[in-house]
Design a protein around this ligand. Structure first.
Ligand code: ADP
Length: 423
């Protein structure tokens, strides 16, 4: 296989978001869940995304995982590389965005890359290096309460500078609006001044297309899914790919369920919306910690309800509830307990015939697809910006919608099922 764009994503829903962007821009795209073990028959594609679950791991571990993915993608012939993280730049002072980008640059023998989490369609914009979520600075948005990576500083330059020993700069709006040649010139100037990491301003999709064009020759690009919008056109312009490519997709029917492990503001709203007129089951992390088999309790509850409406099983809770649980169990232990339980529930649901599954939460999605043993996905129609239906490669046929916590409108869960996940 000879691929053009090799991508490494730090979580599973983020990978799906990126895949969705590339598919819409006409690239045949496959998402792999971890580095393939060799048994997976990877379909012919223009872009491959290796989805890792590395966002919240210790930095050294995230680096090793990312380098493993890079090695596989290089062996598959990738010409350019993309490191995908969240549009809210989810990370801590210890990493992992800076350390992973540094390690990838070193492995590629490169000395310059860009950072751009902007996703204007979902109201994530960067202005003068500050990240906005809607009308609020990142640090004033719900992200300040994130269970694993609370974001309390809106300056991406400062956030990134705490994660790397190399020089961080910013390429501002004023240059961006002058077009791709001006951006390239600014890159040269910054590079000459010893800057290795450049945060990019972006407010509209048009800016992202300009930046995509300006980054045609960079070996490594880093960003959210938006930053990838302008890249497929570079390959078409270079004569390496035809425009408007697509892949064949399966049609999946069967019982349906939602698993929500995200505690984001958007997911809280979506859970509340679905609770109004669907069967729901709430998971209690303290009961899990006390040794109760909460997964089995949920499955027993679900069993008789699967032939009816879509069901919802959730651990989603308010920041106050999460804080209380974390105080008793510790942040990591609470997260792992819930993720493990949701993974077991997903396994049990598929064993009981569920074929269409919506999962809310990045870490949660990673845990669920891991437990299901899904190794790769092809990408179907978009439900809401950044969230498509996807199809597991292999058996049994499974339609999966992996939703990043913050994404989707209030009726996302029910609308996903009203929309047939067909190719
Ligand atoms: P998001 O996409 O919103 O960031 P994630 O699934 O990535 O969602 O992260 C949510 C984290 O919070 C997971 O580790 C999950 O296990 C944990 N979690 C979920 N529910 C609870 C809860 N009730 N108490 C404490 N932690 C929770």
């Amino acid at each position: 296989m000879k691929i053009l764009l090799g991508c490494i994503a730090d979580d599973f829903t983020g990978a799906t978001d990126l895949a969705n962007t590339l598919v819409k821009a006409g690239m045949r795209t496959v998402q792999l869940l971890g580095v393939p073990r060799g048994t997976l028959d990877v379909p012919e594609a223009d872009a491959v995304i290796v989805a890792l679950k590395s966002r919240s791991n210790p930095a050294a571990e995230a680096v090793q995982m990312s380098l493993g993915a890079l090695e596989w993608l290089r062996a598959a012939g990738a010409r350019q590389f993309y490191f995908k993280y969240c549009s809210t730049f989810d990370s801590t002072d210890a990493g992992n965005i800076g350390p992973v980008a540094d390690a990838l640059l070193d492995a590629l023998g490169a000395d310059f890359t860009v950072f751009n989490p902007a996703f204007p369609t979902n109201k994530r914009t960067v202005y003068k290096g500050y990240l906005f979520v809607g009308d609020e600075l990142l640090s004033e948005s719900g992200m300040r309460h994130h269970p694993l990576t609370p974001m309390t500083d809106p300056s991406l330059v400062r956030v990134l500078q705490r994660q790397t020993t190399h020089k961080v700069g910013v390429m501002q709006y004023g240059t961006l609006v002058q077009g791709a040649p001006a951006v390239r010139e600014a890159f040269d100037t910054l590079r000459a001044a010893g800057v290795r990491h450049v945060v990019l301003d972006s407010i509209t999709d048009e800016h992202l297309f300009t930046l995509g064009e300006a980054c045609a020759d960079l070996q490594l690009i880093t960003g959210g899914s938006g930053m990838a919008m302008g890249l497929p056109a570079n390959f078409v312009r270079a004569g390496l790919m035809r425009s408007g490519q697509s892949m064949p997709l399966p049609h999946v029917t069967g019982p349906t369920a939602v698993l929500a492990g995200s505690c984001s503001t958007a997911t809280q709203g979506q859970v509340a919306h679905m609770k109004r007129d669907h069967p729901t089951f709430e998971l209690d992390p303290l009961a899990m910690a006390a040794g109760r088999d909460v997964a089995m309790e949920a499955l027993t509850w679900a069993e008789s309800r699967l032939s009816e409406k879509p069901i919802l099983i959730y651990s989603t809770a308010t920041p106050e509830q999460v804080a209380q649980v974390q105080q008793q169990l510790g942040r990591e232990h609470a997260g792992t307990l819930v993720e493990h339980t949701l993974g077991r529930i997903a396994q049990g649901l598929v064993q009981r015939g569920v074929r269409r599954l919506v999962v809310a939460g990045g870490e949660t999605s990673g845990a669920v697809v891991g437990a299901l043993g899904v190794e790769g996905l092809t990408i179907g129609p978009e439900i809401d910006p950044g969230v498509p239906w996807t199809f597991g490669i292999g058996q049994p046929p499974l339609a999966l919608a992996l939703k990043s916590g913050n994404f989707g409108g209030p009726d996302f869960f029910t609308r996903a099922f009203r929309m047939q996940p067909r190719g």
